[in-house]
Design a protein around this ligand. Structure first.
Ligand code: GLA
Length: 799
């Protein structure tokens, strides 16, 4: 609910209160016309007294700070909490908006002019002037209209309130009413000044196959910047940022979360000002950005979403999860659980033909897989990554019956069919490049710096966009294709488009071009499930999720690495958008051996797929996979839209190992799935204590695990403690016995109160500790993990 209070109607000094279910965001118009930020946090009853009590305007200015004007000599912009910031009028903190005016000057002074309130704000999720995505189905929208005190430049601050998820979005429109052009050097979507006491900034950084490492830095007078310059939102610095108090943890304390609905270069910065305030800004990266708008033109920034949570980071993450599920992911797949898929990439890379794919598909069908995905390698002469991107014609040597022939056969097996594409790219060794070298982003006459042997197509050119849309329309109409993995495998270099006069507009115009083609394609094929990908997580953001309902989170499929990566994503992204696959052991990225159990358990906390050559698996592995897929299907609705909590976030335990623990609880609290995983086994570790959260204290639950068997081989030469004859480890005999004799795994099976699971926790079976083993002991090696199932038990009244 948005409330507007009038302090003094003659002076137009209004106060705006933006309330969500649990939060209040407040700002007021000062007599000078500046917008002073009052508060953002847990819900407060303000009233005019509250405004007076929180305004905090100094009577006298400190030392050598600047006084805004002779009329308002006590207003110093350096130490005011502001809703919008520029340069040149005394505010020397991180600016939000920087323009070059007609006269070449860079000072701007935006003063309150008017507002507009839109109840029941409805949006189809895209901006009118561009294809820029925005969150849809907001409750109310407030537009604050400002005008430069000296110039004909208008600024609109757009706030949309999403009450149910405690989220508010913000963006900015710059409107040029000057006689001629102005240049926008910086146009950030949000400026927020908060109390700086004990504030720290969490960022999510990484690299290829190492996405979403969690960092925490204290906010001081030195700037902390989280930005990307890859041309994408990047795996180096994901745009998600959290500001928290020192003492805030997953379960306690206050935190603010921010993310941007944008897939290009982003920027955010936090800095304390030395007067107890910390400024946070977020938007398009101003680096290599300079955008001209002519008379009467408008520049719109991407939308930033912010949330506040009073009860810890799990509370904050859940706000974002709900926001993504209710206001970002749209169309057919928004509320629909995703099919279990088999992807051919790690199973065969470029080496496949129709027979091989069909063999795999048959096996996959028997396992319960629902969708078969043919990854890279099906078009042009694509036997490796040096050629053919751009030539989206099927390779008839590999697939003599074309896409349709293969798709039909896959469908006959009872599976849906999907493909991989990388539309934004071109290899120099391709027909497309030979015909249209000027369609690539590159500087004429200058050596190009290549990435994965490929160049980026210039999506700022309408001709290129139309061509791509037509090709993809043809492709998707040519066969029964129900899924598309849309990849993007290099970062930008040598920014230059032959069509542009102002090259510093390219990075942003590219993103707008990308959104244009994505929108045209996904709207034409609403039932196709699109999955975003950029070498894994190099473009994992809310912009892509506004078009494509899930993203391949990382090219790293190692179970332990994925537990860490998926924990990182969980701070800002719901499990429903994270694609996760079971792959081979040893793993292709780390060469680490992990049990199939662990590989499944981690992938089960995402949108599940397999990425493994099923012909290489033995009968036991196949049987286990079958059971795993069946159990996933039983619980996938819980993973898809349940409430997710981090119970342990990988920090070192008192035993010196690291543990990740998660739980997803169905909305009605009748079912839950819990997960635990350790990196290394610790000798003589007592039985682990598992305490969960989110269950109904007043319900009773059946708590159980998946029954499991372990090969005696894993116990090495300990076999000789029970064998009547000596068995040499790794000998043929050892292997044969290993095959025949399986050890029972522990069985967890109990009915307990929700209050016990939530508030006390339970002791799991004792780990193997070197002194004895039977079915009551947990076989729990390095990188071992467990899934637990929790189901409500309803007492029978006759009992
Ligand atoms: C990228 C993707 C992989 C795979 C390959 C194919 O690396 O992230 O999943 O699709 O491209 O070339």
């Amino acid at each position: 609910m948005i409330e507007i209070l009038d302090k003094n109607s003659a002076k137009n000094t209004k106060t705006f209160l933006l309330n969500t279910k649990n939060t209040t965001y407040a700002f007021t118009v000062l007599e000078s016309g500046h917008l002073a930020h009052l508060f953002y946090g847990a819900k407060c009853d303000f009233g005019l007294d509250g405004v007076k009590a929180t305004e905090g305007i100094n009577k006298y200015l400190a030392g050598n700070t600047i006084s805004y004007s002779s009329e308002y000599s006590n207003i110093g912009l350096e130490d005011l909490a502001l809703e919008v910031s520029t340069i040149g009028k005394g505010d020397i903190r991180e600016p939000q908006i920087c323009l070059t005016n007609i006269d070449g000057s860079t000072s701007n002074d935006f003063i309150y002019h008017d507002y507009e309130l839109i109840n029941g704000y409805s949006s189809n999720g895209y901006r009118h002037l561009t294809c820029m995505p925005e969150a849809f189905s907001g409750d109310e929208q407030l537009i604050i209209k400002l005008k430069d005190s000296q110039r004909n430049i208008y600024l609109e601050l757009v706030y949309t309130v999403f009450e149910d998820t405690d989220c508010i979005t913000r963006r900015v429109r710059i409107i040029n009413k000057e006689e001629t052009f102005i240049d926008i050097n910086r146009a950030l979507s949000l400026c927020l000044d908060l109390p700086s006491k004990n504030l720290s900034m969490m960022t999510f950084t990484g690299a290829w196959t190492r996405e979403m490492n969690v960092n925490e830095l204290k906010v001081t007078q030195n700037k902390i910047v989280n930005s990307s310059f890859t041309g994408t939102s990047s795996n180096r610095n994901n745009p998600l940022v959290i500001l928290k108090r020192k003492e805030t943890s997953d379960f306690y304390g206050e935190a603010y979360g921010f993310n941007i609905i944008y897939s290009g270069n982003h920027y955010s910065c936090a800095q304390a000002n030395g007067y107890g305030k910390a400024r946070f800004v977020m938007g398009i990266n101003p680096e290599n950005f300079d955008f001209r708008i002519e008379h009467d033109e408008i520049f719109e920034t991407p939308e930033v979403v912010m949330t506040f949570a009073k009860n810890g980071l799990n509370n904050l993450s859940q706000n974002f999860h709900e926001f993504i599920r209710n206001h970002i992911v749209r169309r057919t797949w928004a509320k629909k659980v995703r099919p279990v898929l088999l992807n051919s990439w790690e199973a065969c890379y470029f080496k496949f033909n129709e027979t091989k794919l069909l063999n795999m598909a048959k096996k996959a069908k028997d396992l319960g897989v629902e969708l078969f995905v043919m990854d890279d390698g099906w078009f042009g002469n694509r036997d490796n990554d040096t050629c053919s991107l751009g030539d989206w014609d099927v390779n008839l040597k590999k697939l003599p019956n074309g896409l349709k022939g293969l798709a039909d056969k896959i469908n006959e097996l009872g599976l849906e069919f999907g493909i991989w594409v990388e539309p934004e790219m071109v290899n120099v060794d391709s027909n497309l490049y030979r015909e249209h070298p000027d369609w690539a982003i590159q500087i004429p006459g200058i050596n190009h710096s290549e990435g994965r042997n490929q160049r980026i197509l210039n999506l700022t050119m309408e001709e290129v966009r139309d061509y791509l849309v037509a090709r993809i329309f043809d492709m998707l109409s040519s066969a029964n294709i129900k899924y598309v993995k849309w990849d993007m495998n290099r970062i930008f270099t040598d920014y230059y488009g032959i069509n542009l006069t102002r090259q510093k507009e390219m990075a942003h115009r590219y993103v707008l071009g990308l959104y244009d083609i994505m929108r045209r394609i996904v709207e034409e094929f609403p039932d196709v499930l699109f999955e975003g990908c950029a070498s894994g997580g190099n473009r994992f953001d809310l912009g892509i999720l506004s078009f494509m309902p899930q993203i391949w989170a990382s090219d790293n499929t190692d179970a332990w690495c994925r537990a860490k990566i998926q924990t990182g994503y969980s701070y800002g992204y719901s499990t429903s958008v994270i694609a996760a696959h079971i792959s081979a052991s040893p793993n292709h990225q780390t060469l680490r051996n992990t049990l199939q159990e662990s590989r499944f358990n981690v992938a089960a906390f995402g949108m599940l797929g397999l990425e493994v050559n099923l012909s290489d698996l033995n009968d036991d592995q196949i049987q286990l996979l079958k059971e795993q897929i069946a159990i996933y299907k039983k619980y996938r609705d819980v993973i898809f839209d349940g409430d997710y909590y981090r119970l342990s976030n990988g920090e070192e335990t008192e035993f010196g190992n690291c543990v990740y623990e998660w739980i997803c609880v169905s909305k009605d609290k009748t079912r839950a799935l819990a997960f635990t995983m350790q990196d290394k086994a610790v000798a003589n570790q007592p039985n682990a204590w598992l305490r969960v959260t989110g269950l109904d204290d007043n319900k009773k639950y059946h708590f159980f695990n998946m029954s499991n068997k372990y090969e005696i081989k894993h116990f090495g030469d300990l076999i000789n403690t029970v064998s009547p004859i000596h068995i040499k480890p790794d000998s043929a005999m050892h292997r044969v016995i290993g095959k025949l004799k399986k050890m029972d795994g522990e069985v967890e099976d109990m009915v307990v109160a929700g209050s016990l699971l939530n508030n006390c926790g339970i002791r799991l079976h004792q780990n193997y500790a070197g002194t004895g083993y039977d079915g009551d002991v947990r076989f729990y090696q390095d990188f071992a993990s467990r899934l637990f199932f929790i189901e409500e038990v309803v007492d029978n009244e006759n009992d």
